[in-house]
Ligand binder design. Structure first.
Ligand SMILES: [Zn+2]
Length: 143
């Protein structure tokens, strides 16, 4: 789901869009930016993937440990991707590199250098421009 808004509460000031779970908030001036929307859709897919996997793992573990409460507590899996993204820089880097690579596919020109600069400045990753550029240009996952 995409919601067009100019709220600095829903979208951090240095960003043009922001995705929470399956919901993407995008600034009005970027609502037609297919590449940016694909970037955010990648984050929604990451959330879904991690939520399904962690739900299954939590459900099995909790069923074995607490048979009565396993289903209710497994709902906690909804927050796993967001928690990992915020708390683990390596996870955030992998998530952003995957999303930026998807975004790059949808521009008619090569914007790798400008997106590498964004990766360095906007995501609190403590990486160099050269390593951001290398991560976006390689096909493997960043180390
Ligand atoms: Zn992103």
């Amino acid at each position: 789901m995409i919601i067009v808004t100019n709220s600095d509460v829903l979208i951090p000031k240095q960003h043009d869009a922001f995705t929470i779970g399956p919901v993407t908030f995008i600034r009005p001036e970027h609502k037609g930016d297919k590449a940016l929307i694909e970037h955010e859709c990648t984050h929604a897919a990451q959330w879904l993937y991690v939520t399904v996997l962690s739900f299954a793992a939590l459900a099995i573990l909790l069923y074995l440990a607490l048979p009565i409460h396993w289903l209710g507590l497994s709902v906690l899996s909804i927050g796993v991707h967001g928690a990992l993204y915020r708390l683990v820089p390596e996870y955030r880097l992998r998530a952003e590199v995957q999303a930026f690579r998807e975004q790059l596919k949808h521009y008619p020109d090569d914007r790798t250098e400008s997106l590498a600069a964004l990766l360095v400045s906007n995501y609190n990753l403590n990486i160099s421009y050269e390593s951001a550029l290398k991560a976006l240009r390689s096909s493997g996952l960043p180390a």
